[in-house]
Design a binder for this molecule. Structure first.
Ligand code: NAP
Length: 300
């Protein structure tokens, strides 16, 4: 059996297209333009790349993009004052503070200072609680993207066995909550889980969010299962030449594709969906704050 490849790149382009259409309608019918503010502290090269591409895609869908770049030594009071300004700025509907922050800044304090209604990353403790209790919330972008792809592939997920490998606050835990919300039977595995291979082999849906290159191979996968690979790992690729690298997921794609029923590739799977869902969340936040009907297919 060869798995169907779930094309996250194409799906993300479709999501961005739907967001753009809705943004244009908001503008023509209500004279509202959604705005996303991204705050970057320091010069982490990967974060700079993410912030640049977030800004580009934000303007491409017709939203306003506001970038705030602060130097690495910025103190907590200055950062909190900026967030307070953004919380009170009616042009800003979404606020994202790029993580990780430099060590001297308290990440929890900073995230929890964002107005929960503008917390498009869905990391504020209020949004975590709302999601856990099945109420309307801002949903973290990466798990939201995974859920959209799973819904499109399966239709109903009700009654399926789901195993999420990884229990981080940004991926594993919210992913498990979302799958529970879809009436899956959910197990969360992590570094202390016993006999993890056998556990994963029982999953109809297997989500890998570990950060270990190609850890999960065909032996871990139930024939026909849907595998969602969140991992992004850069490894050496001597076959491409000296010093070259390539991106791989947490799943050994070449063996998994022979057993799974469907699988997301890396790159081109979950990754592109994350920014698309950030735009979808900004649109959702804008609709909610203006009392305009939100698009149900762009959120949960
Ligand atoms: P994280 O915070 O480091 O969490 C990793 C999780 O994996 C932890 O819960 C850890 O368990 C578990 N784990 C580590 N080694 C394990 C093992 N041998 N067996 C079972 N579980 C193990 O990572 P994260 O932020 O969730 O990210 C996970 C991966 O997703 C990374 O590759 C990251 O780059 C990628 N990512 C991708 C996107 C995207 O847009 N596609 C977004 C976010 C993250 P313990 O809790 O027991 O330590």
């Amino acid at each position: 059996m060869t798995a169907k490849i779930i094309d996250g790149k194409a799906f993300a382009a479709d999501v961005r297209g739907r967001v753009a259409a809705h943004v244009s309608k908001l503008k023509s019918e209500h004279n509202i333009i959604p705005g996303l503010a991204v705050v970057l502290v320091g010069e982490d090269p990967a974060s700079q790349v993410y912030v640049r591409s977030k800004g580009k895609m934000t303007t491409e869908v017709g939203m306003h993009s506001y970038e705030h770049k602060l130097d690495a030594e910025t103190d907590e009071a200055t950062l909190l004052a900026l967030i307070d300004n953004l919380n009170n700025d009616p042009q800003v509907h979404g606020i994202l503070v790029q993580l990780p922050l430099p060590n001297h800044l308290n990440e929890d304090l900073v995230i929890n200072s964002i107005d929960p209604a503008k917390d498009v990353d869905g990391f504020h403790i209020s949004n975590v609680g709302l999601l856990a209790t099945g109420q309307k919330s801002m949903v973290p972008c990466t798990p939201l993207g995974c859920l959209m792809m799973l819904r499109q592939h399966h239709g109903s997920l009700s009654g399926l066995n789901a195993v999420v490998v990884g229990r981080s606050n940004i991926v594993g835990k919210p992913m498990a909550q979302l799958l529970l919300g879809e009436s899956c039977t959910v197990t969360i595995a992590h570094s202390r889980t016993k006999d993890i291979e056998a556990l994963c082999r029982r999953a109809d849906i297997l989500v890998a969010a570990v950060g270990r290159p190609e850890m999960i191979n065909a032996d871990w996968i139930k024939p026909g299962a849907t595998v969602v690979d969140v991992g992004i790992n850069r490894i050496d690729a001597p076959e491409k030449g000296d010093g070259k690298t390539r991106l791989v997921g947490d799943v050994d794609f070449s063996s998994a594709v022979e057993v799974a029923g469907a699988i997301t590739p890396v790159p081109g799977g979950v990754g592109p969906m994350t920014i698309a869902c950030l735009l979808a969340n900004t649109l959702t936040a804008c609709c909610r704050s203006n009392g305009v009907a939100e698009t149900s297919d762009l959120t949960v």
